[in-house]
Design a protein around this ligand. Structure first.
Ligand code: 5RP
Length: 228
C-alpha cells in the first residue's frame, strides 16, 4: 500500500474535504468547532448555494461561516439535522470521544443531539484505545469549580481551571472550563452519565451518549472511513 507524508494540517484539510459527501443538498448542516472543522467550513463554501445554511456550535465557527457567505441559523429554528460534522480531541474504537479542547463542548453537544448522524473528522493522532490521555474538558458554573476539582481528585484526576492571559477562560456561555488530567475512562457512557449529575457541571467533554456514527480519519494512506 502506498503512503504519503502529509503534514497534520494537510490531513485536516483532507478529512474536511471528505466530509462534504455527508452534506445533504437542501438540508441544514450542523457544524462543529476547531482547526479541523475550519477546513470543513472552507470546503463547505463550495456547496453554499445548495444548502439553506448551518447551525453552528461556537461564535468562532459562526464568524467563519458567515464570512464565507453561509447563513447561520439558531438551533431553536430546527427540529432535527441530518448530519453534524465536528472534530475530536480523542476518539476510541467505539466512536466515543473527548471534546472541548476549543472550549465549545456545550454547544457542540447540543448541536450533536439535534443531529441524526455525527461525522467525526480527525487526523490519526486522535485515535486512542482508551479515553483520558487528553485532559478532559468540563464546562462548569464558576462557583462550583473547586468542589468539582475535589470530586475529580476522588476519582484520581487532577483538575485545574483553564486560563487565558492569566485569568479563567470564559466560554461562549459565560462559564469556565476545568481540565482534568490523569483519568482513564474505561466506561465512557457510565462516566458521562455520572459526571453529568454533579451540581455545577454544565457539560462533561465525554461524548458517549452523542458518539460518532462515522469517523473520517486522516492517515498517511489517505482518508479511512470507520463506521461504528
Ligand atoms: C472544540 C473541540 C474540537 O473538536 C477539538 O478540540 C478538536 O479540535 P482540532 O480539530 O483543532 O484538533 O472539541 O471544543
Amino acid at each position: 500500500m502506498s503512503t504519503n507524508s502529509y503534514t497534520q494540517d494537510e490531513l485536516k484539510a483532507l478529512v474536511g474535504q471528505a466530509a462534504l459527501q455527508y452534506v445533504v443538498p437542501g438540508e441544514i448542516v450542523g457544524v462543529g468547532t476547531g482547526s479541523t472543522v475550519n477546513k470543513f467550513i472552507d470546503a463547505l463554501a463550495s456547496l453554499r448555494d445548495r444548502i439553506p445554511g448551518a447551525v453552528s456550535s461556537s461564535e468562532a465557527s459562526t464568524e467563519r461561516l458567515k464570512a464565507l457567505g453561509i447563513p447561520v441559523l439558531d438551533a431553536n429554528q430546527v427540529d432535527s439535522l441530518s448530519v453534524y460534522i465536528d472534530g475530536a480531541d480523542e476518539i476510541d474504537g467505539r466512536g466515543h470521544m473527548i471534546k472541548g479542547g476549543g472550549a465549545a463542548l456545550t454547544r457542540e453537544k447540543i448541536v450533536a443531539s439535534l443531529s441524526r448522524r455525527f461525522v467525526c473528522i480527525a487526523d490519526e493522532s486522535k485515535k486512542v484505545p482508551v479515553l483520558g490521555g487528553f485532559p478532559l474538558p468540563v464546562e462548569v458554573i464558576p462557583m462550583a469549580a473547586q468542589r468539582i476539582i475535589r470530586q475529580f481528585a476522588a476519582l484520581g484526576g487532577q483538575g485545574s481551571v483553564r486560563l487565558k492571559d492569566g485569568q479563567p477562560l470564559v466560554t461562549d456561555n459565560n462559564q469556565w472550563i476545568v481540565d482534568v488530567r490523569g483519568l482513564k475512562i474505561a466506561d465512557p457512557l457510565a462516566f458521562e452519565s455520572e459526571v453529568n449529575q454533579w451540581p455545577g457541571v454544565v457539560t462533561v467533554g465525554v461524548f458517549a451518549h452523542q458518539k460518532a456514527a462515522v469517523c473520517l480519519l486522516g492517515t498517511p494512506r489517505g482518508v479511512e472511513t470507520i463506521e461504528y
